[in-house]
Write a protein that binds this ligand. Structure first.
Ligand SMILES: [Zn+2]
Length: 270
């Protein structure tokens, strides 16, 4: 079989997984429940359902290997694992458009298949970074984000994903930093941390100290004024170059939801 041009191109393309697993065995502030109905239990369940609902008698032992199909029942929030936050997560009203924020199933798919940019914000500790850190990083990598690009902030927090520390110790983006990216035309901002805003404890501590309400979840609140999505709980960002790849993160189509899970990947050499 000969390779045509398209297949050769595909062979050169590398797919890098940027997703964290949904794992009931890992630590979660809001625990995941995962029940598995095994293939044998599935056979017994199916036979019982057939009898009850259709009056059909069926011996499960007649199935190949005496097994039917497995079934997973999972209880989790739409913010568990790698996911996309939609505008309706940020508040019930917007100051743009008709005042109604869009849900995760209503967003343009183009937003989630676009050139990606990684900003290295590792080593900043628990708290926030903003315009000075972002501008310094644009200069270092030699690239300023362009309209429609997906910008992801590598905080280094994914190193402790699956542990309690993941929820309390990470670097967030402040209000002016968020607005700078939105001014550049970015519509999806990602992070490997639990949140694009700083940890709860850090935010509350700065608010108590300053009395300044603008420190209260500014990256999320910015979404009430400007329509954009966050892409949270990414993984493996160290494997990416600063730019020159495509990022794909289509959210699962959950009607009326403020977020949806995604299997985020980077396409290199595309
Ligand atoms: Zn979220």
């Amino acid at each position: 079989m000969t390779l045509d041009g398209k297949q050769e191109e595909a062979a050169d393309m590398q797919i890098i997984d940027l997703s964290a697993p949904v794992d009931a065995a890992a630590y979660e502030a809001d625990p995941v429940r995962h029940e598995v109905l095994g293939p044998r239990e599935g056979a017994l369940h199916m036979a019982a359902e057939m009898r009850e609902h259709f009056g059909i008698e069926f011996d499960p032992d007649e199935l190949p290997d005496g097994e039917f199909l497995s079934l997973d029942r999972i209880t989790l929030t739409s913010h568990t694992g790698t996911h996309v936050d939609a505008p309706s997560h940020y508040g019930s009203r917007t100051s743009y458009g008709d005042g109604t924020p869009r849900h995760v199933d209503q967003l343009p798919l183009e937003w989630f298949h676009a050139p990606g940019v990684v900003l290295d914000m590792t080593g900043h500790g628990t708290g926030v970074v903003g315009v000075p850190e972002l501008e310094k990083e644009f200069a270092r990598i030699g690239h300023t984000p362009q309209p429609g690009e997906i910008v992801v902030v590598n905080t280094g927090a994914s190193a402790w994903a699956g542990t309690p520390r993941y929820f309390t110790d990470f670097t967030g983006l402040d209000g002016p930093g968020t607005h700078l990216l939105l001014d550049l035309g970015v519509r999806v901002i990602g992070t490997d941390a639990f949140s694009l805003d700083a940890p709860f404890g850090d935010i509350i501590e700065r608010y108590r100290r300053t009395g300044d309400r603008s420190v209260l979840w500014p990256a999320h609140v910015a979404g009430r004024e400007r329509e954009y999505c966050q892409l949270e709980r990414l993984a493996n960002l160290d494997a990416l170059p600063p730019f020159g790849f495509r990022l794909v993160c289509f959210p699962v189509k959950i009607a009326g939801a403020g977020a949806g899970w995604t299997r985020a990947v980077a396409l290199l050499g595309d």
